[in-house]
Design a protein around this ligand. Structure first.
Ligand SMILES: Nc1ncnc2c1ncn2[C@@H]1O[C@H](COP(=O)(O)OP(=O)(O)OP(=O)(O)O)[C@@H](O)[C@H]1O
Length: 526
């Protein structure tokens, strides 16, 4: 019953804020348009459509607010005015009672809070729609006292989310079925994506694992601090992590007073991001200023502190190559190459005409170059590429959309800290280094290392396989034999390549040494 009321309330809000006109500009069934107008007499349509959408989502509650926030990143689907307005959605909500947080912690670890913590601060430091954070002092495994932050899921989220998601799916079905325009917005896909996103956010162990992975990846860089997770006290609904102390990045006056070097900070931000993207293919994708602080402790002075690992992006080798090649082709203004790359990678249908795609990309991107190189936004370039691709029926991968959103955040942050930041020149060495690693000797050695166990196992077996094959050949001349022969040939070629590689590698290495020696000796020889 409550589901029916909630559904009716949502429909009323949709009509009240004139959202039907926003999504369904062309009703396929005219009577529906008339009904919508009758039901929503007296509605106010004077505010811009983006504002109306944002206000409606705020009235529908935290899950819809989250939906709007996630949707705001889909700039490949939404017009810019709506995406900008949705990006302004804030999901600060009143905290839930600390007694509820305590009960959740005790249920998760079957221990009383006083057994786990030396002290527990009942006033939360922050409270959002999904979780709330309390500070505490933990007695760790070795009996040491550690200052920690305890993140606790808001109770009753799962049923509320399931119910609202069910209604969203129903509405998405209506939009898709009732309007020709609605289909273009792919409502069912968008809701399915949101469904996955929310369920991921509801498992805090996922978040803790992502934090641990990022912490490991960033270890040698010495530019960013990531809290340690206390695994004995990490469960789906509660995680306990090292408490970080820093100055929020938004408090620039305090940072300046503490003597933080803003230019370095801006450069470091770009370095961290590009390392995560191009070296690790694993990046923090929720880089809003609320999640970033700067350490002013003497031992780690000026390093970033990264928080909230609910959203991370992963990139495949293919994604990385796509990005690196597109960026470099773009900066050479080689739009033909950008178009070819899209066709080669199968992103656009194979029968797409290169010249047409090239012209569309040029029209989209050329205006961006009407400014000094250092002012060009990589995030906007990527967004424009996505927009162009959409016209050519390209499915934009969610991880690339996430990356584009993060890139915009990083650029915004970097330019705020240092208006002179030359993003492209800071990022270029990463792309060049990465490209070199893909084709250079290091890549060859890596490939060799990966394949070695396979050959170590296979090589001793080859003579037996050949004998088996010859024996079988005498009695059986069927299709299996050809298959076996083909497999053997493939293996043989691979082995040959490997051996050739090894031989050339050794010769190359020897020659390299010789050249180095000559170079080293040359000042003495001539
Ligand atoms: N390890 C920590 N050390 C110190 N403070 C922390 C830590 N983790 C979280 N906080 C504080 O709690 C706030 C909220 O944490 P977090 O962003 O992880 O929660 P959230 O519920 O995902 O919030 P949102 O979705 O709004 O970003 C942070 O902005 C920070 O002030």
């Amino acid at each position: 019953m409550s589901r029916i009321f909630r559904g009716a309330y949502i429909v009323w809000i949709v009509l009240r804020y004139g959202l039907d006109e926003l999504v369904l500009t062309s009703f396929q069934k005219p009577w529906l348009g008339v009904l919508a107008r009758v039901l929503s007499v007296g509605r106010k349509l004077d505010a811009p459509r983006g504002v109306r959408l944002r206000e409606a989502l705020e009235r529908l509650g935290p899950i819809f607010v989250k939906f709007g926030q996630v949707l705001s990143t889909r700039r490949d689907l939404l017009p810019p005015d709506i995406a900008d307005e949705l990006a302004r959605l804030q999901d600060r909500v009143p905290p839930f009672p600390s007694a509820v947080a305590v009960a959740t912690i005790e249920r998760a670890f079957r221990k009383s809070v006083s057994d786990i913590f030396e002290s527990f601060d009942h006033t939360p430091v922050a409270s959002a729609s999904i979780a709330q954070v309390h500070f505490a002092v933990l007695k760790d495994r070795n009996g040491r006292l550690r200052e920690v932050a305890v993140k606790v899921l808001r109770p009753g989220m799962l049923p509320a989310i399931e119910s609202d998601l069910g209604l969203m799916r129903t509405m998405a079905g209506w939009v898709q079925g009732l309007s020709a325009d609605g289909k273009r917005l792919k409502p069912m896909e968008v809701v399915a994506e949101f469904d996955k996103y929310l369920h991921d956010e509801l498992d805090l162990v996922r978040e803790a694992s992502s934090a641990a992975q990022l912490r490991r990846n960033m270890d040698g860089l010495n530019l960013v601090l990531i809290p340690e997770m206390f695994w004995d006290y990490c469960a789906t609904e509660v995680i306990v992590m090292e408490r970080m102390t820093g100055i929020p990045i938004s408090q620039t006056e305090r940072l300046r007073a503490a003597g933080v070097d803003f230019q370095k900070l801006a450069r470091d931000g770009v370095t961290i991001f590009f390392t995560q993207v191009f070296r690790d293919g694993f990046f923090h994708a929720d880089m809003h200023p609320g999640n970033i602080q700067v350490s002013v402790e003497p031992a780690t002075f000026g390093r970033y502190i990264s928080l909230d690992f609910g959203i991370v992006g992963t990139l495949t080798e293919f994604d990385k190559e796509y990005l690196a090649q597109n960026f470099t082709a773009f900066f050479r203004r080689d739009y033909k190459r950008v178009a070819e790359l899209h066709i080669e990678s199968g992103w656009v249908p194979a029968n797409t005409r290169v010249d047409e795609l090239e012209a569309a990309i040029r029209a989209c991107c050329e205006p961006v170059f009407d400014r000094p190189l250092k002012e060009i936004s990589l995030g906007i370039i990527l967004m424009r590429l996505f927009q162009t691709s959409r016209r050519f029926q390209v499915e934009i991968q969610p991880q690339l959309v996430l990356l584009q959103k993060t890139l915009l955040n990083i650029e915004g942050l970097g330019r705020e800290l240092d208006p002179e930041l030359d993003l492209w020149n800071t990022a270029k060495p990463f792309l060049e280094k990465w490209m070199l690693e893909q084709i250079g000797p290091k890549a060859f050695i890596e490939q060799l290392k990966n394949e070695a166990p396979r050959y170590a196992k296979l090589l001793p077996e080859l003579p037996r396989l050949l004998v088996d094959f010859l024996k079988q050949g005498a009695t059986d001349r069927g299709g299996d034999q050809r298959k076996l022969l083909e497999e053997l040939l493939v293996e043989h070629r691979r082995t040959n390549r490997l051996l050739h590689g090894l031989v050339f590698g050794v010769i190359g290495f020897g020659l390299g040494l010789l050249v180095m020696r000559l170079l080293f000796l040359s000042p003495f020889l001539f």
